[in-house]
Design a protein around this ligand. Structure first.
Ligand code: NAD
Ligand code: FES
Length: 282
């Protein structure tokens, strides 16, 4: 059993859990993920690690309420326990010898972009961060980013905070202004990673994306997380989750991820009714 030492709401849909898992905290590197099982009957759900504190022995995950498990996790409080917390899994991000980097995070994907920015900053790279959100009320991690990057650019789709527009608009602007990035890291909705990669491709800027296909076992056995990269089948759980952004078949990934959207919406509605005490009628 793994104790939640801090459960914190970040916005209406996103929350953070700091979990006591000293072994994972000691070994985890940026880009890796863990698999959670909330209780003995629970499904296995992967979450990329948002932060670690090896001294305190804690691992942080930032989670968006999407389906049944994330709804149930959002109801846990400080002091509660999670049945399984397995990791670190996947291949850690390979930053090479990048010196001038732009980290692009979209929405809740910023939770995963943040550890990359932090690691690059610790390596001595110049780190610009573009963090995009739909609107001001769902901005997360602004203070945390400020501590570990050279320039932070916040964008909102509706212009309620920072610059109005998508992250891709700001990235194009920064490239046009002469920023000579040797690496761009993009983490967020698949469509965002697709279009960030389209921006960087003509300039031959190395671009890494972190893919989030459906995962089941997380060990390369079930094939659930298969993606096509450079025309070859890869398994995100063991070959990734990071891949060359210019080689990914995003349209296939979007089609596969959409297969469960209806079930997730149904789960969310059930959980809402459960909270209202009306689940028998759901
Ligand atoms: P969102 O839809 O609010 O988008 C966040 C930002 O991405 C926007 O503000 C915008 O700047 C950018 N963006 C969106 N569409 C774009 C487009 N067509 N072109 C250019 N930029 C675009 O994001 P959200 O609701 O917070 O995120 C939810 C999605 O992110 C879910 O689908 C979830 O699965 C995914 N996600 C991915 C990862 C990952 O590892 N890649 C991690 C967490 C969440
Ligand atoms: Fe089963 Fe990757 S999750 S192969």
């Amino acid at each position: 059993m793994f104790k939640i030492v801090n459960a914190q709401k970040l916005n209406d849909d996103v929350f953070r859990l700091d979990v006591e898992a000293p072994f994972v905290a000691k070994k985890a590197k940026a880009g890796q993920f863990i698999i959670i099982r909330i209780d003995e009957q629970g499904e296995r759900v992967p979450f990329t690690i948002a932060d670690t504190d090896p001294e305190a022995g804690t691992v942080s995950v930032i989670i968006q309420k999407v389906g049944q498990t994330t709804m149930l996790l959002s109801q846990l409080k400080t002091g509660d326990y999670i049945e399984d917390f397995v990791g670190p899994l996947g291949v850690a991000t390979d930053f090479g010898d990048a010196k001038n980097v732009c980290v692009v995070g979209g929405g809740v994907g910023n939770a995963i972009a943040y550890p990359s920015a932090k690691a690059l900053h610790a390596m001595g790279a110049k780190v610009d961060v573009i963090a995009g959100f739909r609107s001001k009320d769902i901005v997360i991690l602004e203070d945390e980013y400020k501590d570990i990057c050279d320039n932070l650019y916040i964008t909102t789709d509706d212009g309620s905070y920072g610059d109005k527009g998508f992250v891709t608009d700001k990235l194009q602007e920064l490239i046009d202004a002469g920023n000579d990035y040797d690496l761009v890291i993009a983490i967020g909705p698949v469509v965002m990673m697709k279009f960030v990669s389209k921006v960087t491709e003509p300039y031959n800027i190395k671009t890494l994306v972190s893919l989030n296909p459906i995962m089941i076992d997380g060990t390369g056995m079930c094939g659930g997380c298969r993606v096509t990269v450079g025309g070859e089948t890869k398994f995100a759980c063991v070959d990734g989750p990071d891949f060359d952004g210019h080689q990914v078949d995003y349209d296939e990934l979007m089609r596969r991820n959409a297969m469960y959207a209806e079930f997730e919406a149904h789960d969310r509605e059930n959980c809402r009714l459960m909270k209202m005490g009306g689940v028998e009628n759901a």
